[in-house]
Design a protein around this ligand. Structure first.
Ligand code: HEM
Length: 411
């Protein structure tokens, strides 16, 4: 039988936060490891950064708290370097150079161009769900949360529809959300990472043969800064990062968002009754509530102090975004889902600010908004059952959530 401790990452977030709340009250940063997901080996030693202000500080002092030694609790094995060695695990000036190249694919002009596509795809996703199950039962993740971000990221990269399912399953394997029976979890991650990386290289070869185009992959393949282009390794690792970051996170936010609206029916009524009036705050409240990425790590580059604690150079610091987003000293009544919660101070679901702040934040916001806009208009009677969490300590993934569509409203 599983003990509660072993199953910590599958607990409801309110229950899990009781542990973080106790850590937030301590005068110093704890160095006791949190429970590991089922089947994982013990973690390398680290300190937990759990308060909002401390997450803010670590995120915004990249000279002191660096990313180059890795951003997961455990170091990546060297053989992962090719495919997971992305800008996420770099510091300036290398990071700044890469970010200035890839940021072109996320310029306001590019995102504005994508917003039309996001609206169209969200409507198609709801059409397809109604066509598949009518007013009956299905799985919310498969029907609604998963297809929108997947289709958008695939279209940004120019991936043909026939390969979407393959790329989704590689993403899930990389994040530890699924692995084939009989395969070692480590081998699964390595194989999936390598396959996705090789796939990206094929995409790039194909696109380099064509004249520069204005879409994301065209921008990346042809982008140059000071005469420098992305190397094939940089392009491959960035594509792996984009597919993983742009896919599962937004899916998770949409699924937890729907669950939050089921738990707080007054908030659903309020938002769906005046959708546009509350959309800006409601979307960020969904990201705070869901916190799809539970943590990222930094390493102290020098001796320093943080949160009343002396930190030695080389110590690992794990920023638990899920805890900072429930910090009662910053968010009044943090376990209440409130679609009118103010935008300041900013929730840290997209990071605590600083050079690595989520590049796709505005795209993710547009996707979440478009999905709930469609649900509010066309499936106002949709109901959901309990969330089944993926149970990892890195992403807050939702494996499944039953739903009943109820009578759809025709266009
Ligand atoms: C609700 C959805 C999303 C959440 C919660 C999320 C969360 C995050 C977080 C926590 C970081 C690290 C921030 C830091 O270290 O300070 C990050 C970085 C990043 N995200 Fe997102 N993300 C989301 C959607 C997306 C999307 C849709 C894309 C792209 C299509 C994307 C692309 C990236 C990239 C490229 C980085 C690395 C930035 C860098 O290292 O400079 N994300 N994201």
């Amino acid at each position: 039988m599983r003990t509660v401790e072993e199953d910590f990452w599958s607990l409801d977030m309110q229950q899990r936060d009781a542990v973080f709340a106790e850590l937030r009250r301590r005068p110093a940063l704890s160095d006791e490891p949190l429970p590991r997901p089922l089947g994982s080996p013990p973690a390398a030693p680290y300190r937990s950064v759990v308060r909002y202000d401390d997450v803010w500080m670590v995120s915004r002092r990249p000279d002191v708290f660096v990313s180059r030694y890795g951003t997961n609790i455990d170091d990546d094995p060297p053989e992962f370097e090719d495919f997971f060695g992305s800008m996420l695990n770099m510091d300036d000036p290398v990071h700044a150079r890469l970010r200035s190249i890839v940021a072109r694919a996320f310029s306001p002009k590019q995102i504005a161009a994508l917003e039309g596509l996001v609206t169209t795809v969200a409507a198609e996703v709801v059409d397809a769900a109604i066509e598949t199950v009518g007013s009956g039962d299905g799985d919310f993740v498969d029907l609604f949360a998963q297809p929108l971000p997947l289709t958008i990221i695939m279209s940004m990269l120019g991936v043909p529809a026939a390969d979407h399912a393959l790329l989704r399953s590689l993403t899930d394997e990389i994040l530890g959300l699924s692995h084939p029976d009989g395969e070692d979890p480590y081998d699964t991650i390595a194989r999936a990472g390598r396959t996705l990386y090789d796939y990206a290289q094929e995409l790039a070869v194909e696109r380099r043969k064509r004249p520069p185009a204005d879409d994301v992959i065209g921008t990346l393949v042809h982008a140059e800064v000071d005469g420098e282009r992305l190397t094939p390794q940089e392009f491959g690792a960035f594509t792996v990062l984009l597919v993983v970051a742009g896919n599962e996170t937004t899916r998770t936010a949409i699924a937890h968002g729907m669950d939050a609206l089921a738990r707080f029916p007054d908030q659903r009524e309020l938002w769906f009754g005046a959708f546009d009036a509350h959309a800006r705050t409601a979307v960020d409240e969904i990201v705070r509530w869901a916190t799809p990425v539970l943590y990222f790590r930094r390493t102290a580059a020098v001796d320093t102090t943080l949160g009343g604690t002396e930190i030695a150079a080389g110590e690992r610091l794990v920023m638990w975004y899920c805890s900072a987003n429930r910090d009662e000293s910053v968010f009044a009544d943090p376990h209440r889902f409130d679609v009118r919660r103010g935008l300041q101070p900013m929730q840290v679901g997209f990071g605590g600010g600083g050079p690595h702040f989520c590049l796709g934040a505005n795209l993710a916001r547009a996707e979440i908004r478009a999905m709930f806009d469609q649900l509010a208009r066309r499936l106002p009677n949709l109901t959901t059952g309990p969330v089944e969490l993926a149970g990892t300590d890195f992403v807050h993934g939702v494996r499944a959530m039953p739903c009943t569509l109820g009578q759809p409203i025709p266009y």
